[in-house]
Design a protein around this ligand. Structure first.
Ligand code: PGA
Length: 243
C-alpha cells in the first residue's frame, strides 16, 4: 500500500469570489506527486467547481450542519455542498471548536453524518499552549482523536490533521521532531482501531515554503493543512512540491 501524500489549503474566511477564482487559476501543479485538496469559503464553492476540475484539485468545505435539510437558519446543507462538487468536509478545526463552541459530541455527529453520506473527511485535532506547557499535549490530542472516531467508519475516507493551536496563524511552527512525535502517537492509536490502515496524517500550523520540506520528510508526516500560505499561489505551489 503506497503512502498517500496530501497538501490541503484552508482559505478560512478570506478572498472575494473573484479573488478565489483568480487564485485557483494561478496555481500550477505540474508534476506534483501530492493529492491537492482546498477548502474555500462556502460562498465560493459553486463558482469554483469548474476551476477545481481543470486544476485536478479536490474541492472541500470548511463547515456544514449534520442534517440533510430543515429549520436550521443560517446553516449549510451537506447535500447542497455535494451539488457544488464538494468531496471532503473539514471537521474539528480549532477555530470551530473554540470560536463556535463545537463540542466533541457535535464533531462526532458531523463525522458520522459526513461518512454515511459518502463524503471524505479531514478531522482536525490539536492541543493548545497550556496543554503543551503542562505536558498534557499527547493526552489531549489522543482524547480528541478517540472521541471522534469509531471502528465502524471506513478508514479509507478519513484524513487526520494534527494542528497544535499555538502554531496556527502565529508564525510559530512545531519543530519537525515535535510534529513527528505526535504523529507517531496518533499513528499508533489508528493502528489499534484499524490495523494496516492507510490514513494520512497531515501537520498544520504555520507551514510555509521554507519549512514544508523538513516537516514532510518526517516518517509519519504525510503532508500539510495550510492556512495563510495557501492564499498565495506561489507559496501554495512550493508547498505542494515539497515532498
Ligand atoms: P496557518 O493555518 O497555516 O495559517 O497557521 C493552519 C490552519 O488553521 O489550518
Amino acid at each position: 500500500m503506497s503512502k498517500r501524500k496530501i497538501v490541503a489549503g484552508n482559505w478560512k474566511m478570506n478572498t472575494s469570489i473573484k479573488e478565489g477564482i483568480a487564485l485557483v487559476k494561478e496555481i500550477k501543479l505540474i508534476n506534483s506527486t501530492a493529492e491537492i485538496l482546498v477548502f474555500p469559503p462556502a460562498t465560493h464553492l459553486y463558482a469554483l467547481t469548474k476551476e477545481f476540475k481543470n486544476n485536478k484539485m479536490v474541492l472541500g468545505a470548511q463547515n456544514f450542519y449534520p442534517k440533510e435539510k430543515g429549520a436550521f437558519t443560517g446553516e449549510i446543507s451537506p447535500m447542497v455542498l455535494k451539488e457544488c462538487g464538494v468531496e471532503n468536509l473539514l471537521i474539528g478545526h480549532s477555530e470551530r471548536r473554540s470560536l463556535f463552541n463545537e463540542s466533541d459530541l457535535m464533531l462526532k455527529q458531523k463525522l458520522e453524518f459526513a461518512l454515511e453520506h459518502g463524503f471524505d473527511v479531514t478531522f482536525c485535532i490539536g492541543e493548545n499552549l497550556e496543554d503543551r506547557k503542562s505536558g498534557k499535549h499527547k493526552e489531549v490530542v489522543i482524547q480528541q482523536l478517540l472521541s471522534g472516531l469509531d471502528q465502524t467508519f471506513d478508514s479509507s475516507k478519513i484524513i487526520i490533521a494534527y494542528e497544535p493551536v499555538w502554531a496556527i496563524g502565529t508564525g510559530e511552527t512545531a519543530s519537525p521532531e515535535q510534529a513527528q512525535e505526535m504523529h507517531h502517537e496518533i499513528r499508533k492509536e489508528l493502528e489499534i482501531i484499524w490495523p494496516h490502515n492507510n490514513i494520512p496524517i497531515l501537520y498544520g500550523g504555520s507551514v510555509k515554503p521554507g519549512n514544508a520540506k523538513e516537516l514532510f520528510s518526517q516518517n509519519d508526516v504525510d503532508g500539510g493543512l495550510i492556512g495563510g500560505a495557501s492564499l498565495n499561489a506561489k507559496s501554495f505551489e512550493a508547498i505542494c512540491h515539497s515532498f
